[in-house]
Design a binder for this molecule. Structure first.
Ligand SMILES: *[C@@H]1O[C@H](CO)[C@@H](O)[C@H](O)[C@H]1NC(C)=O
Ligand SMILES: *[C@@H]1O[C@H](CO)[C@@H](O)[C@H](O)[C@H]1NC(C)=O
Length: 294
């Protein structure tokens, strides 16, 4: 389980400048956040000027200010799980409304865990919550003591100043905020679910959108349901099954053979293909899934 230290160190104090919307610095550069690396591996140099977040030169899922290499799959999975737990628990503590989506929601459907082959995790946040984080929590460091990590680990919450621009034409800034593991450089992309103002102007009510062009009905997301993911309390969208079917097809909710893995219903785990033959004489549990929200 996680232990959170009481102190939240403020790396930047930009939010203290109350009532001053002028952004003096365009981004949190390497020098301002550097920890152990001597070289900046962010792809900043090659990115368009209007792009706020810079992925690393070696892989789009790593922040080059903190990482210098891609991790092997099993190590990455551990970091992803810890990142998810610390993110959900921090957002719960500070009172920001967030929920899991896409591949993470599909993982939740099966066994409330990140799927072994997933290379990232997906979350969404409400408009009022991203505004709240931008105002009070931008560039805050959250320290967690984790099992097997002697000194604990720091996570950085960084909010994209372009979150105020809700237009899908701002395609360089579709990610509104990031929860960054400052040890591995891995991060969670946070996207804001917004009222679809274009549709509202046409008189249509209850439509929502994200800058990444995903569209939803408000009634499919809200009211959020309470559940658990990676052993941590989380929220999930109201019409989770319908949303998953729409995104991945109905087979994704029932097909137990996926990405070279087999879903073992007794263990409630995805087992890599070949493992059963080696360990179990090829016999697998075969019962119907009983996954429900809460
Ligand atoms: C968050 O802080 C960084 C670093 O100071 C800054 O570049 C960025 O504009 C800030 N984001 C918001 C939403 O103010
Ligand atoms: C949002 O960003 C796009 C692309 O950079 C730009 O064309 C548009 O004017 C911006 N909208 C606002 C309201 O700032």
């Amino acid at each position: 389980m996680l232990f959170r230290l009481p102190c939240q160190l403020l790396l930047a104090i930009s939010w203290l400048v109350v009532g001053n919307p002028v952004l003096r610095k365009r981004d949190a550069d390497f020098e301002s956040v550097r920890t152990r690396l001597t070289k900046d591996h962010s792809g900043k140099g090659g990115d368009p000027k209007q792009k706020y977040f810079h992925e690393s030169t070696f892989h789009p899922h790593y922040d080059g200010r903190f990482a210098e290499k891609v991790l092997p799959n099993n190590e990455r999975h551990k970091y992803l799980s810890e990142m998810m737990q610390t993110y959900l628990s921090t957002m719960n503590d500070v009172g920001a409304e967030t929920w899991i989506m896409h591949g993470s929601l599909l993982g939740w459907w099966w066994n409330r865990k990140i799927m072994p082959w997933d290379s990232d995790v997906d979350v969404q946040m409400s408009e009022s919550s991203i505004e709240y984080l931008a105002t009070y929590y931008n560039m805050t460091i959250h320290h967690y003591r984790l099992p097997g990590t002697p000194g604990g680990r720091d996570y950085l919450l960084e909010v994209n100043p372009y979150y105020v621009n809700g237009s899908t034409t701002d395609w360089l800034n579709v990610i509104d905020a990031r929860w960054i593991d400052t040890e591995s450089g891995l991060f969670i992309d946070i996207t804001t679910l917004r009222r679809d103002r274009e549709k509202e102007q046409k008189g249509l009510k209850g439509h929502m959108m994200c800058k990444d062009k995903h569209e939803y009905l408000a009634a499919d997301i809200f009211p959020l349901r309470d559940s658990e993911f990676e052993g941590t309390p989380t929220k999930i969208p109201y019409a989770y099954a319908g949303l998953l079917e729409k995104e991945y097809g109905s087979k994704a909710l029932t097909n137990k053979n996926f990405e070279n893995h087999f879903f073992d219903e007794k263990k409630m785990e995805w087992i890599p293909n070949g493992w059963l033959n080696r360990h179990n004489g090829g016999i697998a549990a075969n019962t119907k899934p009983k996954i429900k929200a809460k």
